[in-house]
Design a binder for this molecule. Structure first.
Ligand SMILES: *Cc1c(COP(=O)(O)O)cnc(C)c1O
Length: 366
């Protein structure tokens, strides 16, 4: 009898379904026989890359015969200078997803528990499952994390807690004092991962700054990314900030050359491009206002967002609307995988793109 190779996989992987990324624009256009579509599906920066970052990445390419600096020393120094950090508390990742997974691999044993919120970023259940651990999912409040419930869910099996501020796909946030009250209830033996992928977009008052809190909490790991406001999603780069001890553990398991030379060079350059970041933030806050106004005019409910996306509640199954929008050349993201079958997530685009989405939505629902 043929060997069922599924059974060869560790139990967590046997039960795992692969991450469903949005289809590339070219593939969708070919399938639908359309052109000129816009993609507001993956929370990518609508500005295109920073010219400085692009020039640095191009220049770095002349060195592709060489391995990258395994420690990313230069980039770490630039990060440390910019944010007041310490190089030996930084870990670089091939995207912050790489780090979210690395953290689980370092700390989570089969049978351990990992806590995260209902509607939290999909990578948390994915890595939990891959470690053959048990996901403890606390019900959301107004789509956001219920930090009290998360603290109450801690027991002797808890290893790790994932928090996202803002969260994707809901755009919800918690305040600094809420986070501090939560951290006070978490034993030092439980690692808290604070995923700040969208932190540069925050405009709300009293938001926590994870980097500033790391020195106060030996069990806190903060992750950040260059994929969103910094506009480098395709190069794959993120970083984690934590105590030297936790950082040492992460770096034991990290692949030595997990970050490529183009990413290292581009990140260094973009950190020096204050204008690009300012523009990213401006286009995003203007876009959120534009989308909120347009949606309100159409009578469509949405979750107030602090990210670079907005999730709308259609009060009806969203897949047919998603498909109708596709035929209009507007690609957004269904969030059924998050158990939000009536919602769609729309990334903030340029003004003209947001307009096009709103016009298409009105037509499709009309
Ligand atoms: C986009 C996103 C990330 C970033 O992923 P990268 O691997 O750095 O591209 C991390 N966390 C959340 C919640 C996100 O939405």
């Amino acid at each position: 009898m043929a060997c069922d190779q599924i059974e060869l996989a560790v139990s967590g992987v046997q039960q795992l379904s692969p991450y469903q990324a949005g289809k590339p624009i070219e593939e969708l256009e070919r399938e639908l026989g359309i052109t000129n579509s816009i993609k507001l599906a993956s929370n990518e920066n609508p500005l295109g890359p920073s010219a400085k970052a692009l020039a640095a990445a191009r220049e770095a390419l002349s060195e592709v015969t060489l391995y990258p600096d395994a420690s990313g020393h230069r980039l770490k120094s630039v990060l440390s200078a910019k944010y007041g950090l310490s190089n030996d508390q930084l870990t670089l990742g091939n995207g912050s997803n790489d780090l979210l997974e690395l953290i689980a691999r370092v700390f989570v044993r089969p049978g351990d528990q990992v806590i995260f919120s209902e509607y939290a970023f999909i990578v948390y259940p994915l890595v939990t499952q891959a470690c053959c651990a048990q996901a403890v999912i606390t019900p959301a409040i107004n789509y956001g994390h219920d930090l009290d419930a998360m603290a109450a869910a801690i027991n002797e099996k808890t290893r790790l807690i994932y928090l996202a501020n803002p969260n994707n796909p809901t755009g919800t946030v918690f305040t600094k004092s809420e986070l501090l009250a939560f951290m006070a209830k978490v034993p030092e033996s439980v690692i808290v991962v604070l995923d700040e992928a969208y932190t540069e977009y925050l405009t709300a008052e009293n938001m926590p700054d994870g980097l500033e809190l790391v020195p106060k909490f030996s069990n806190l790991i903060v992750t950040r990314t260059f994929s969103k406001a910094w506009g480098l999603a395709g190069l794959r780069l993120g970083f984690a900030y934590a105590s030297t001890q936790l950082t040492d553990l992460l770096n034991r398991v990290r692949q030595p050359f997990n970050v490529n030379i183009a990413a290292l060079a581009a990140a260094e350059a973009v950190l020096d491009d204050a204008e690009y970041l300012a523009k990213s933030r401006q286009v995003n806050s203007d876009g959120l206002i534009q989308l909120a106004a347009g949606l309100s005019k159409l009578g469509i409910e949405f979750i107030p967002s602090q990210g670079n996306f907005i999730t709308i509640d259609l009060k009806q199954p969203s897949m047919p609307v998603y498909e109708a929008l596709l035929r209009e050349g507007v690609i957004v993201r269904p969030v059924g995988i998050y158990k939000l079958p009536n919602h769609l997530r729309v990334s903030v685009g340029l003004e003209s793109e947001n307009d096009r989405f709103l016009t298409a939505l009105e037509k499709v629902l009309g």
